[in-house]
Design a protein around this ligand. Structure first.
Ligand code: OXD
Ligand code: MN
Length: 580
């Protein structure tokens, strides 16, 4: 089926080990997708939704024990434990292979083995990289068709390039005690067993495009980041591009698809990507970004025409819904939809409000990016787009101001390394506790964070035209627990200040932690946010910040001697400024 010997040998060995009934090489065609869907409708893996209101939309109900990423079962198996770092779970690669290979033995009996060649990024871009996922899940194959450039187009490139990331996946019996997501960066290999959940099973996404790619990027001189990419077009028709990192389920998809409010006629937002960003240093010293993905695997709760009209519109057809509730007329439903009401919950039980939420808090849609009304044609540009500003953000009820700007690249790396956020339902575990999530990469960096920060810092030596770095917090609350900033479309006002700062046009006020907008520098005309609230949103409280820097210091010390001295020094400077 392929001229690439390494690939055909690997498929043969895997089939021999896992003993599937059939082997199917995915070509990526629409006919093939239809066949996958029909097969799953027949065996109950998918269920048809109301085809009048939602043509070609289907519901998948996952095993209730398998609804999110499982960070405690995710491992980076580099040769040296120090290379994986305190930020990752680690097992010796030999031991890891032995452990997981034993689980794969005969695991595909009675099933079809799908070979899925995929390309992360435009298939003609030198910035793209390919992979092949072997899986026994038709749900994974169908999702990969929506999420990546999949099939013949990728196989052709693999045959030209020779190199590809190997990803082996089997559902096993979905027993959480026999579930592991293992990464072997030095071998460009992923092995994932026992979960069908997107982040654990669609191996092109978190496993390849972040964990393996972050390691590969360091080796090759680029950056693989957990960032959305968006274009902001002003009324003069000029578009500037922003890359923004937020922890999971903190609104990256909403920001990437922002609809300008009424007060901002003439502005337009273009979406390049909502989750992952690969950036390369161009000859002009700027960072050029591509979205390696071709689709969205988005969080549903909270999505409605007010919060994200483009997402709401794009998922009315040709979409796979996972773990949503159903209305009486068989339409998908989730909390925050603001229309209809559920009669069946995400587990297929009659909904009576007594068994928790109707949709799972991490219920998802999978859809091709082409369906987004704001999809940027630049997403297909092999050169990518030049990034003017990098934004870091977290979900913080307190401490972090609405927006502030780093003094320089090194300070910006400190800002990114200091990201902390309240946890969400995207991963198993408690929701709402503040945890450190540097660059929003805590679950996704494929190597030691100390080395990763050092690598980020090294860009300061390579270019003088890097993007400016900012931090935002849309989630600051007042003493009654009410969000102070309206968010959503109004976030454009903050993006405008950011881009104007990049252009040297907006006023900033220097504080110990960086520049915040000077009074009146953020346009609040027509907004129901008074001057006192604005002051509170931009407040930098020295006591709270001294405490924040102390906690960050303790966190940094867990990286020991490997912590880059430039980061230590940047931290010392901010701490000193706070004590003045
Ligand atoms: C995601 C995540 O699914 O970050 O994008 O969990
Ligand atoms: Mn994500």
């Amino acid at each position: 089926m392929t001229t690439n010997r390494a690939l055909s040998d690997w498929v043969a060995q895997t089939a021999n080990h896992t003993q599937p009934d059939r082997i199917h090489w995915c070509d990526g065609s629409d006919i093939e997708y239809r066949g996958l869907v029909d097969g799953m409708l027949k065996d109950g893996m998918l269920q048809e939704l109301n085809q009048k209101t939602h043509p070609n939309c289907y519901l998948h109900r996952s095993n209730p024990q398998d609804v999110a990423r499982v960070e405690h079962l995710t491992f980076i198996c580099s040769h040296s434990q120090a290379d994986a770092g305190p930020n990752n779970n680690w097992i010796d690669p030999q031991e890891a292979h032995a452990k997981i290979d034993a689980l794969f033995k005969d695991s595909m009996q009675g099933r079809t083995l799908y070979v899925i060649p995929y390309c992360m990024g435009p298939s003609d871009s030198p910035l793209s990289r390919c992979g092949v996922e072997i899986t026994d899940s038709p749900y994974v194959a169908a999702n990969m068709k929506l999420m990546t450039r999949m099939g013949n187009v990728a196989l052709k490139r693999i045959e030209q390039d020779g190199e590809f990331v190997k990803g082996l996946h089997s559902m096993g019996d979905l027993n959480p005690d026999r579930r592991f997501i293992m990464h072997f960066p030095e071998e460009l290999t992923i092995k994932s067993f026992g979960s069908g959940y997107g982040g654990n099973a669609l191996l092109g996404k978190k496993c390849h495009a972040l964990r393996i790619a972050s390691w590969q990027a360091k080796r090759e001189g680029w950056l693989a980041e957990h960032m959305l990419i968006m274009g902001v077009e002003n009324p003069q028709g000029e578009t500037h591009y922003i890359a923004a990192a937020f922890p999971s389920a903190c609104g990256k998809t909403n920001l990437a698809m922002l609809i300008p409010p009424e007060s901002h006629r003439g502005w337009k937002i273009w979406t390049i990507g909502d989750d992952i960003c690969w950036m390369h240093l161009g000859e002009d010293g700027r960072l050029w970004a591509i979205n390696p993905e071709a689709g969205f695997f988005g969080v549903l709760p909270g999505t409605n025409p007010k919060t994200n009209k483009n997402a709401y519109d794009m998922i009315t057809h040709d979409t796979i819904f996972t773990n949503v509730a159903l209305t009486r007329d068989n339409r998908p439903w989730w909390e925050g939809l603001k229309e209809g009401s559920p009669v069946v919950d995400w587990q297929g039980r009659p909904y009576d409000g007594r068994n928790g939420t109707a949709a799972h808090p991490n219920s998802r849609f999978t859809v091709s990016a082409q369906q987004n009304p704001g999809y940027s044609p630049k997403s297909e540009d092999p050169s990518g787009v030049p990034i003017s500003a990098i934004i870091f953000g977290g979900r913080r009820a307190d401490v972090a101001p609405l927006v502030y700007e780093a003094r320089n690249w090194i300070h910006g790396v400190l800002m990114g390394a200091g990201v902390a956020s309240e946890t969400t339902a995207a991963a198993t575990g408690r929701v709402g506790v503040v945890r450190r999530d540097p660059m929003a990469m805590k679950p996704f960096c494929g190597y030691n964070f100390a080395d990763y920060w050092n690598y980020w810092l090294s860009f300061a030596d390579k270019s003088t035209t890097l993007p400016k770095i900012f931090h935002v917090n849309w989630f600051r609350q007042d003493k009654d627990g009410k969000f102070m900033w309206p968010g959503f479309g109004e976030n454009l006002r903050v993006l405008r200040w950011i881009l104007d700062r990049c252009d040297g046009k907006a006023r900033g006020r220097e504080t110990a932690i960086g520049y915040v907008p000077a009074s009146g520098a953020i346009d609040t005309r027509g907004l129901d946010v008074d001057a006192d609230t604005m002051r509170a949103l931009l407040e930098v409280n020295p006591d709270k910040w001294r405490n924040e820097m102390q906690i960050l210091d303790e966190y940094f010390s867990s990286y020991g001697e490997r912590l880059p001295s430039r980061l230590r020094e940047a931290h010392r400077q901010v701490a000193a400024a706070l004590s003045r």
